[in-house]
Design a protein around this ligand. Structure first.
Ligand SMILES: Cc1cc2nc3c(=O)[nH]c(=O)nc-3n(C[C@H](O)[C@H](O)[C@H](O)COP(=O)(O)O)c2cc1C
Length: 313
């Protein structure tokens, strides 16, 4: 079974991918780190700052898959060509993002609203772009039953792997991933299928593997931010030690400080990581507010030092 890390805007950037690989890369190294989405620029002029995230020199050793958020098939095909010139092989298409600002533009999971538009998009992409193209999708917009027609469409294209996050667009991240709907549609998928959604412990990962042994992969998102050693544990390795977590988080913080040029921006990025991670520290509730209020680097450092006096759960 391949394990992948999910694309997560604001979390799984190049600095995280490097830190994760260094501290928790092996055993259980993710077969692929999916990068958060980028949108192809309409004027076809690449934005240096955005592309820096995907610069192979900034991602040594990490098997990165770029992801596109687009609704114009010709533009997406052009961008796939640009990514291929940078040395990337697989490129992933995002039909899953449920954020209102994205779906209002008919992108992400908004692409699932109108299947004739989705078909036109896929026609253009697959006729104009070369090489492996994978898809990450939700089940539909309002109801999981929509997936029957969506899958009929996907099955007509040479999608190299289909990652299914079994929620619908309207659900955002509420409720639970719909495993029953996933199980129902899985036999009808012609391409390799990767499951994604709500995996937070090695035991859940192993149970999913046992339930669906024919999957090509399992993708974990929030679970690996909450427990960066999740995949290592899934292959029998040790849980994250306090020293490792400290080293990993310090590397992230210093990496973000260097990249953003100021500690306060790094603090805000670190809070996104701590949002998931803090629950591993026993008694951390006492420090949640202090962490939330931290703005400056020194305020962040004080509260993190206090958190690290707590035992790990
Ligand atoms: C903060 C955040 C940012 C995300 N950004 C992306 C993204 O850029 N592309 C994408 O396909 N999915 C994105 N997702 C969805 C995740 O990739 C994943 O599908 C979702 O979190 C469910 O998996 P999980 O339960 O393992 O976290 C994001 C999710 C979160 C919470």
């Amino acid at each position: 079974m391949n394990y992948y890390t999910a694309p997560m805007e604001g979390l799984t950037d190049r600095i995280w991918r490097q830190a994760h690989q260094r501290w928790f890369g092996a055993p259980g190294a993710p077969a692929r780190y999916y990068a958060p989405f980028i949108s192809p620029p309409e004027n076809r002029v690449l934005i240096k700052k955005k592309m820096a995230e995907l610069d192979p020199a900034a991602n040594p050793g990490a098997p990165v898959i770029p992801q596109l958020l687009a609704k114009d098939g010709a533009l997406a095909a052009w961008m796939i060509g640009e990514l291929r010139k940078m040395g990337y092989t697989e490129v992933n298409l995002n039909f899953g993002c449920p954020s209102g600002t994205v779906t209002a533009k008919g992108k992400g999971a908004g692409m699932l609203r109108d299947l004739s538009k989705l078909e036109a998009f896929l026609d253009e992409v697959f006729s104009q772009a070369e090489g492996p193209i994978s898809v990450k999708t939700r089940l539909g917009v309002t109801s999981p039953e929509e997936f029957e027609a969506i899958l009929d469409l996907y099955d007509r294209y040479p999608i190299c792997e289909l990652t299914v996050h079994p929620r619908v667009m309207r659900q955002l991240y509420r409720g639970e991933a719909d495993r029953a709907a996933f199980a129902k549609y899985l036999p009808h998928c012609r391409m390799p299928v990767c499951y994604n959604g709500d995996i937070t412990t090695p035991a859940q990962l192993k149970a999913l593997e046992a339930e669906f042994p024919n999957l090509s992969g399992i993708m974990v998102g929030r679970g690996i931010i909450a427990d960066p050693a999740l995949l290592r544990q899934a292959v029998g390795g040790a849980p994250a030690s306090k020293e490792e977590l400290r080293g990993y988080l310090d590397e992230l913080y210093h990496g973000y400080t260097g990249a953003f040029g100021m500690a306060s921006c790094a603090v805000s990025r670190m809070k996104a990581h701590w949002h998931y991670l803090i629950q591993r520290f026993e008694g951390s509730e006492a420090f949640e507010k202090q962490l939330r209020k931290a703005r400056e680097g020194w305020e962040y450092e004080v509260v993190v030092n206090q958190l690290f006096t707590l035992p790990l759960l």
